[in-house]
Ligand binder design. Structure first.
Ligand code: HEM
Length: 388
């Protein structure tokens, strides 16, 4: 049987091959199961009685993410999620809309003044960081520090760093220390921000511990920034390659939300998620044993023809579009409404103010490292009617 490997810029031929030939596959060398089909990926992500998010994680004060909500299972997860839901409400997200628009306006204006841009550095990178920093109530003068830590954290993980290396721990420790101070300030004088609401949130007479609050703040940066950045970048890249659809959207901005959903499916910013098997389970004719790690390929599930007709086609009219780019089950992305809102406003603002933004013809696309976050490091673009 012909064998192909995963190209980090275009992993889709590999997924297609694996879904067809080895839908549940044990990688002997690394001791990991890989799961590729839509229904199987959904099962791995959602069945926490067989596939745990907490097993094998390092829980310690120097590793707040490893101890945060994303690394827990019910019933602890249920408790934490109910608490954070009280603060991270749809209303709070919706209230951010005018401010997101202002931030987008400023960033696009400065790109237009320059006449060209590297979209990641000038726009899709800074936008989510500024938004989450403001949502949390971080003073503007600390934003640069913030962005640096969040980049370091993500590059640490995406280079496949194991969780015991210093590169993984240091930015987390620095951030945790920083948040500890901010939390003290907010405890004394609460504001109209997420950290203040999280400090107030209470369930059955219990509040979030400082440890849980720290883990949650650091997780928001890591889970929310790079992912949203790549949703915006992947949208511009995909539109550039689909000119007819691009023209339609430029004429009718009401198509933007449907386009964002299709980008989430077609070029999912999160391509995979890990679990650990905690109960021998049959999947796709194989038996996954207790203790074995499992990688659920969201990027492949979202290209499964059993669920998506002509899955290789970027189709902004796709209905229904039951992609699982935000996961499935109890861990379904808490930030999905915020990510959708940011992407919609970012792309609307870009099209309104910069016209048709297209990738430069000579642009060399360099993929991000790692298997989780999917996108490119830089995206040189021309704005409006300029020729590249
Ligand atoms: C396009 C952008 C985004 C994508 C593709 C994405 C994707 C995901 C996925 C796949 C999960 C499930 C993880 C699992 O099952 O283990 C998840 C969980 C999570 N996401 Fe997002 N995310 C995005 C943006 C955001 C934003 C903006 C925030 C917050 C500001 C956020 C916060 C979270 C949190 C807190 C969780 C954990 C929820 C839980 O464990 O209950 N995400 N995200």
């Amino acid at each position: 049987m012909e064998n192909i490997t995963r190209d980090p810029l275009d992993p889709f031929p590999w997924y297609n091959f694996m879904r067809k030939n080895m839908p549940v596959f044990y990688d002997e060398k690394n001791g990991i199961w890989h799961v590729f089909r839509y229904n199987d990926v959904k099962k791995v992500l959602s069945d926490y009685t067989s596939f745990s998010s907490s097993e094998g994680r390092v829980e310690s004060s120097s590793n707040p993410i490893g101890s945060s909500i994303i690394s827990t299972d019910p019933p602890r997860h249920t408790h934490l999620r109910s608490l954070v839901n009280k603060a991270f409400t749809p209303r709070r997200v919706q209230e951010m809309a005018p401010r997101i628009r202002e931030i987008a306006d400023e960033l696009v204006d400065s790109m237009v003044r320059k006449g060209e841009s590297n979209l990641v550095e000038d726009y899709s990178g800074p936008l989510p960081v500024i938004v989450i920093a403001e949502l949390l109530g971080i003073p503007p003068e600390d934003r640069k520090k913030f962005k640096k830590w969040s980049d370091e954290l993500v590059s640490g993980t995406s280079e496949g760093m194991d969780e015991t290396s210093t590169e993984y721990f240091d930015p987390q420790a620095a951030m945790a220390e920083y948040f500890r101070k901010i939390i003290e300030v907010k405890r004394k004088s609460p504001g109209n921000d997420l950290i203040s609401s999280l400090l107030e949130a209470e369930l059955d007479g219990e509040k979030l511990s400082e440890f849980d609050l720290l883990g949650f703040c650091v997780l928001l940066l890591v889970a929310g920034n790079e992912t949203t950045t790549n949703l915006i970048t992947n949208a511009v890249l995909t539109l550039s390659k689909n000119q007819e659809k691009y023209e339609r959207i430029l004429k009718d901005h009401s198509l933007i939300p449907a386009m964002v959903e299709e980008v989430l499916r077609y070029r999912s910013p999160v391509q995979s998620m890990f679990r650990t098997c905690i109960k021998d389970t049959d999947l796709g004719g194989k038996t996954i044993h207790t203790g074995e790690p499992v990688l659920a390929w969201i990027g492949s599930a979202n290209h499964d023809d059993m669920e998506f007709k002509d899955s290789g086609e970027f189709n902004i009219d796709r209905t229904p579009n039951r992609h699982i780019a935000f996961g499935e089950g109890v861990h379904f992305c808490l930030g999905a409404p915020l990510a959708r809102l940011e992407a919609k406003i970012a792309l609307e603002t870009l099209m309104e103010k910069a016209g048709k933004v297209t990738v430069k013809k000579d642009a060399e696309l360099e993929p991000l490292g790692g298997v989780i976050v999917y996108g490119v490091k830089h995206l040189p673009v021309s704005l409006g009617n300029q020729k590249s």
